[in-house]
Write a protein that binds this ligand. Structure first.
Ligand code: G3P
Length: 248
């Protein structure tokens, strides 16, 4: 874990307006944020330029989605090239809301990851099981399937962060216990060892996401295979600073 930089992201989802975003950016800029932790915020696309202009360079800006080609007749979509042009360097892909509400398949998500990496973005690839899948004891099978699709399109994992977000923990206030999260993170590392390489298993950051708060972040952060968080609701509040600083 020592060799993996702790990484905390805020996923603002479809929230905020210019006023509330300016206030939040002020709070994040003031921090202070642990300089050893890498930080990014996932911003609604129309605000990418605005947020980039309001935050110090030490805080990375991410889009929450993109398409899999550079440009063309794809009304309503944004490309990795457009994201880069806004000054944002990251993109969150495969969020469970994209998978469930917008019916994105493992394969489409993998293609998006491939193209975003090729365009020079850093990618947060989200995976995670639903409650039904967990209760049917399919958690490992599901996250392995999701990882497998992504792995087919990724050669170099340097610019990838994986976010494990159990769907039953997202926006529900039901955080996975540190033990539950650690168990899946450890499994993912074992999967990486067996299917990719020891080196990728040792260096790839795996964030936990799902009802992370200032109150529960410290205990989760102690687990050896949890390398940070992807935070939804609490990332819209000053509390996000505490989560970034969970290891202090
Ligand atoms: O991507 C982060 C997310 O889905 C978790 O949301 O509100 O449970 O922290 P929340």
């Amino acid at each position: 874990k020592m060799s993996r930089q702790f990484c905390v992201g805020g996923n603002w989802k479809m929230n905020g307006d210019q006023k509330s975003i300016a206030e939040l950016c002020k709070i994040l800029s003031a921090g202070p944020l642990d300089p050893n932790t890498q930080v990014y915020v996932g911003v609604p696309a129309p605000y990418l330029i605005y947020v980039r202009s309001l935050l110090p360079e030490t805080i990375n800006v991410a889009a929450q989605n993109c398409y899999k080609v550079e440009k063309g007749a794809f009304t309503g979509e944004i490309s990795p090239a457009i994201i880069k042009d806004t000054g944002a360097g990251w993109v969150i892909l495969g969020h469970s809301e994209r998978r469930q509400i917008f019916k994105e398949s493992d394969e489409l998500i993998a293609e998006k990851v491939e193209h975003a990496l090729a365009a020079g973005l850093k990618v947060v690839a989200c995976i995670g099981e639903t409650l039904d899948e967990r209760e049917a004891n399919k958690t490992q099978e599901v996250v392995a399937r999701q990882m497998c699709a992504i792995a087919q399109k990724v050669k170099d994992w340097t610019n990838v962060v994986v976010a494990y977000e159990p769907v039953w923990a997202i926006g529900t206030g039901k955080t996975a216990t540190p033990e539950q999260a650690q168990e899946v993170h450890a499994y993912l590392r074992q999967w990486l060892t067996e299917n990719i390489s020891k080196e990728v298993a040792a260096t790839l950051r795996i964030q936990y996401g799902g009802s992370v708060t200032g109150a529960n972040a410290k205990d989760l952060a102690k687990k050896p295979d949890i390398d940070g968080f992807l935070v939804g609701g609490a990332s819209l509040k000053p509390e996000f600073v505490q989560i970034v600083n969970a290891r202090q």
